[in-house]
Design a protein around this ligand. Structure first.
Ligand code: GTP
Ligand code: MG
Length: 420
């Protein structure tokens, strides 16, 4: 097969030229009117250009008659077409095009890539259309207002695009309700065991000044005083923070108010001995620690070794202030990982109206939240963490409380029984 492009002053003249040059069995692809001759665009005449290919090889290879409409003339008899034969030959022909006419093959490749690009653009523009939908723009703004991390926001937006139709996006309230539900699903709540091996040991670790000691005092009160669903249990407080000025006085003051003894320990052996001594007489031991910078891994390592004295059943909980930046919270969650903490206690919720930073970090790291504290008052400013509490605090969201409570029921009856 050979492609040709021939020009002449008329169509008939061009056809005759082609017949003379290539014979009768040629296939015409297309013709167009052109200007022929002249110098610098002057004196040119109207003419015709015909593009086609010689059909001899094609017909010979196929062993069938080339369609009459495109062949100028054919003297050979037509043969019956076998389907499989033809398929095979068409494939061969395609390969022949590639081999014999690299220019045509290149043009085909080029067309293919343009087609692909057009398809991608079509996809892009549909995506863009959804992205710029007023509901998603508004939702993104509401999430940003609450300090959610960009990756968290992106996940919510992508989920909206995937799970809500374009028509559905027109209903902002419904989309917002869905988004709230999805946010709620990412908040994992720590569930207390129903039965603990006595004594239950709770240790609080965390960065400096987040409210560990205050929270220890609040916990001591919750468990020591008890409430309508939880009978009081016998509590002791231990601190390994007795040497900093004021630290001892602070926890001692709480101990005195609640009439709960406080012990001071210096090292591993001391801690082990004190716990062993309390084991027979108390239900709950609360251990307060010295705040550590998450960047000081040497000091964190030392404290980890000391806390090993609490034994394998001790529950370590990490206290983090709600006022911390999302990226810093993630770093804290990571640096305290060697302590194998069971939950995160979010403190100082009263000091911020934005909780997206906390929600993003804990959910992206898959951590459970046990308590939230929202004030300096001991013991009242502490609550068991609940999804509802996080969601109703969100700024710029119209939260239907009853709907949220129904979706994320809070287990008020959660009660701790002590195994003697
Ligand atoms: N607003 C507010 N302040 C709190 C909360 N919890 C603790 N605080 C205050 O935060 C300050 C530090 O509290 P601490 O309990 O001493 O903090 P800490 O983590 O033990 O500090 P270090 O032992 O120095 O690491 C105190 O002034 C507390 O009254 C809270 O939930 N909200
Ligand atoms: Mg302290």
């Amino acid at each position: 097969m050979e492609y040709f492009v021939e020009q002449a002053l008329s169509y008939t003249e061009c056809l005759n030229k082609i017949r003379t040059k290539y014979g009768e069995r040629v296939t015409i692809l297309y013709h167009k009117n052109i200007r022929i001759g002249g110098i610098f665009g002057l004196f040119a005449k109207d003419g015709v250009e015909i593009t086609g290919f010689t059909a001899n090889n094609y017909a010979k290879n196929l062993n069938v008659a080339t369609p009459a409409s495109s062949i100028i003339s054919s003297s050979e008899p037509k043969k019956t077409l076998d389907f499989h034969e033809e398929k095979k030959r068409l494939v061969e022909m395609g390969n022949a095009v590639k081999k014999e006419d690299p220019t045509l093959a290149k043009v085909l490749e080029e067309m293919k890539s343009i087609k692909e690009k057009l398809n991608v653009r079509a996809g892009d523009s549909a995506d863009h259309e959804q992205d710029s939908h007023s509901t998603l723009v508004r939702l993104r703004e509401a999430l940003e207002l609450n300090d959610f991390s960009q990756s968290y926001i992106q996940n919510i937006i992508e989920r909206c695009k995937k799970e809500i139709s374009l028509e559905g996006l027109n209903n902002y309230d419904a989309v917002q309700d869905k988004a709230l539900e999805w946010i709620g699903e990412t908040i994992l709540i720590y569930k207390e065991a129903k039965i603990y091996k006595r004594p239950r040991i709770m240790v609080l670790v965390g960065p400096t000044g987040v409210g560990k000691t205050t929270t220890i005092a609040k916990l001591a009160a919750i468990y020591g005083i008890g409430n309508s669903v939880k009978p009081p249990v016998s509590v002791r407080m231990i601190t390994i923070d007795a040497f900093r000025i004021g630290a001892k006085a602070q926890i001692e003051a709480y101990g005195n108010i609640m009439e709960l003894p406080v012990s001071y320990v210096e090292d591993y052996d001391d801690l082990k001995r004190t716990i062993a001594q309390y084991s027979d007489e108390v239900d709950l031991i609360l251990v307060d620690t010295i705040g550590k910078s998450p960047r000081d891994s040497a000091k964190l390592g030392e404290m980890k070794q000391l806390l090993d004295a609490c034994g394998p059943h001790a529950e370590i909980h990490l206290a983090v202030a709600a006022t911390t930046k999302s990226s810093d919270i993630k770093e804290i969650l990571r640096q305290f990982e060697p302590f194998n903490y069971r939950s995160v206690i979010i403190t100082k919720l009263d000091e911020t109206i934005r909780m997206g930073n906390v929600i993003s970090a804990i959910s992206e790291k898959g951590k459970l939240v046990s308590y939230i504290t929202d004030g300096q008052k001991v013991p009242s400013d502490i609550q068991k963490a609940s999804v509802v509490r996080f969601l109703i605090n969100l700024e710029g969201f119209h939260v239907k409380r009853s709907k949220i409570e129904e979706r994320f029921p809070h287990d008020d009856a959660e009660q701790i029984q002590w195994r003697k």
